[in-house]
Design a protein around this ligand. Structure first.
Ligand SMILES: N[C@@H](CCC(=O)N[C@@H](CS)C(=O)NCC(=O)O)C(=O)O
Length: 81
C-alpha cells in the first residue's frame, strides 16, 4: 500500500501526483493541513516536509519529490499486455 503525505497547494506534491496519474498509481493521501497528520509525519520521517512517500510493501519511506517520482517509475511502471 502506498501513502503520500501532501499539503493542499503544494507544487512539489502536484508533481508527484501528476507522475502517479501518468503511471496509473493511486495513493492513500494524507494532508498535513490536519495537525494530527502533520504530527504523524514528523514522528515518522523526522521533519515536516511534503511530499513524503510510504511504501509499506517495500519497507521504504522517503522525502523529495524527484526521488519519489524516480522511485515510482522504477518500481511501479507496469508494461501493457
Ligand atoms: N525539495 C523538496 C521540497 C519540498 C517542499 O518544499 N515542500 C514544502 C511544501 S511545497 C513543505 O513541505 N513545506 C512545509 C510545510 O508546508 O509545512 C521536494 O522536492 O520534495
Amino acid at each position: 500500500m502506498l501513502i503520500l503525505y501532501v499539503k493542499t497547494g503544494c507544487f512539489h506534491c502536484r508533481k508527484v501526483l501528476d507522475t502517479a496519474k501518468e503511471l496509473s498509481i493511486s495513493f492513500e493521501e494524507k494532508n498535513i493541513a490536519d495537525s494530527t497528520v502533520a504530527a504523524e509525519l514528523v514522528a515518522r520521517g523526522g521533519k515536516r516536509q511534503v511530499p513524503y512517500l510510504v511504501d509499506a510493501d517495500r519497507n521504504t519511506e522517503m522525502y523529495e519529490s524527484e526521488d519519489i517520482a524516480a522511485y515510482l517509475r522504477e518500481h511501479y511502471v507496469h508494461s501493457s499486455p
